[in-house]
Design a protein around this ligand. Structure first.
Ligand SMILES: N[C@@H](CCC(=O)N[C@@H](CS)C(=O)NCC(=O)O)C(=O)O
Length: 206
């Protein structure tokens, strides 16, 4: 644990991906859980850190003034930059680019539309939400075709696995796992990683 680095978050995909990235990068931090139901993210003290009132937010007190990062994917990049080689191959080249390629596939083609579906459902547009969710699931199924090695982008665990894991978890009851042997094997091996488990527990209610 380190008070020099604080990660504000909740038990949501964006916060958990940030926590898993810090854990996998072996960067010490203190998790600050916000109760979204109690709307703690609307507190003026938190809004001063993140004016959008969303989680996660990373605060790095090693800088003066402190460095504040509001985007989960920027926090993952922060972890990658601080611990070269842990979340992507450190050396420039095809292996490193494949990690970014797969990472952005999950960020833009899976996570982003699933957020859009959530918003559509909240707005009462269930049919549109269903269509969007179907698109999300089809993109997830596509991963079965490129999962030829142990991880999403090759033989090494990477940020591509982090971006895939929480969103696939959110949809796991809607996937036909018997038809997805590679995805199934991958899912269990990522789930079993101690750092992934620590990240998943970072904001759990005690
Ligand atoms: N693009 C932001 C999205 C953050 C976001 O949408 N967070 C949600 C939880 S997953 C949130 O804070 N929702 C609370 C609210 O909007 O009231 C990121 O990736 O960090």
């Amino acid at each position: 644990m380190s008070d020099a680095l604080e990660l504000y978050g909740a038990n949501t995909g964006n916060s958990l991906r940030a926590a898993i990235a810090l854990e996998e990068a072996a960067i010490a931090y203190t998790a600050r859980r916000l109760d979204l139901r109690a709307r703690e993210h609307d507190d003026p003290v938190y809004l001063a850190l993140n004016p959008t009132g969303k989680v996660p937010t990373l605060v790095d007190h090693a800088y003066d003034p402190a460095q504040v990062i509001n985007q989960s994917n920027a926090i993952i990049q922060y972890a990658d930059a601080r611990a070269p080689g842990r979340l992507s191959p450190a050396t420039p080249g095809p292996e490193r680019m494949q990690v970014f390629d797969r990472y952005f596939f999950f960020v833009t083609d899976v996570i982003a539309p699933s957020h859009a579906a959530f918003f559509l459902r909240q707005s009462g547009l269930d049919k549109a939400a269903d269509a969007m969710d179907e698109r999300v699931i089809n993109h997830m199924l596509f991963a079965e075709s490129f999962l030829t090695e142990t991880f999403m982008a090759g033989a090494q665990f990477s940020m591509a696995d982090i971006s895939a894991f929480t969103i696939i978890t959110a949809f796991r009851d809607r996937l036909d796992w018997k038809q997805l042997p590679r995805l199934s094997r991958w899912y269990h091996s990522v789930e079993a990683r101690p750092a992934v488990q620590r990240g998943l527990n970072a904001f759990r209610e005690t």
